[in-house]
Design a protein around this ligand. Sequence first.
Ligand SMILES: *Cc1c(COP(=O)(O)O)cnc(C)c1O
Length: 376
Amino acid sequence: MSRIFLSPPHMGQDEESFLSDAFQSNWITPLGPHVDAFEREIATRVGVAHAAALSSGTAALHLALKVLDVNAGDEVLVSTLTVSASANPIAYVGARPVFIDCDRESWNIDPDLLAEELRACDRRSKLPAAVIAVDLYGQCADFAPIRAACSRYQVPLIEDAAEALGATHQGRPAGSLGELGVLSFNGNKIITTSGGGMLVSDRQDWIERARFLASQARTPAPHYEHSEIGFNYRLSNLLAAVGRGQLRVLDQRIERRRANNAYYRAALALPGIEFMPEASYGRSNGWLTCLTFDPAAFGATREQVRLHLETLDIESRPVWKPMHLQPAFAQCRVRGGDVAKELFERGLCLPSGSNLTVREREGVADAVRAVSSSAG
Ligand SMILES: *Cc1c(COP(=O)(O)O)cnc(C)c1O
């Protein structure tokens, strides 16, 4: 038996031939026909007019803040229950994150707490420069009330959809739900280019500006004139070729991951276990299956389960440690925080790959059940 990974890459049929086309044409560059085609294909899939292919999701979020002109001293509201990449770019531009707790229905940013924080900011006459709503573990945040709160105070809304490509909210695709959307093609995501990201929007001027900043902010003079500081953030044509192949199998990947989730729910319907709920407003892409353990009712803690899986060479991972509990962000304001803290303490992500075999996922479920019965 080999190690069972949390979310490994899963290549389809076409990636190699696209890649070999890129080799044969000698477009071994951070621009080229596969970059252009990948941008068009992602924009179509997400239902937005424009897309800029970038070297990572983190770079996409950094450039989202740059095009919105978020600067030193500004505040940006962001969900606390997420990975550090959702918050780090706020620090890159010298701004301060303000963390908002999640709700129990979706594990995403709590729209009521977001509205409360915006009201409090408005009363102090210091509105945030942007809001970043994250789509956690493949499920969209509840964008109807989030959009209403942001537009009431005219605060721009960024959707961090890095984990949610292919998910929907009221029929609209993840990535299209804010004014700017961020996607990631990192190795652990539902489709991957090994590393990569995309910034998407209906605003052509913003996407053109992101492409400009991502290419060292070079104006088209032969000697490369620079009137501002740029970045080297474009996606390689080789990696875009891989991404085009991956995009063709996205729907199959979603079906497999959702089937894993349905299997785990049925196999682990035990006292003390609760799964991350799927909210009625949308459809998750099933990226990771996450559940919580109530130690009193289940007979073991999340950490006992995780360590037992590890002895069987099964990779699992605690739910993200909330950003307001991370030492790097200890100085930042937070509204609420106890829901995210409890989900972190009790929550675990199970192996969820689209190439997980039926036998492997049976083995994972058996191993989780074994902890309960040995403890009981
Ligand atoms: C992965 C991820 C990112 C960052 O994407 P990279 O491509 O790894 O830089 C940002 N936000 C969330 C929610 C993510 O899961």
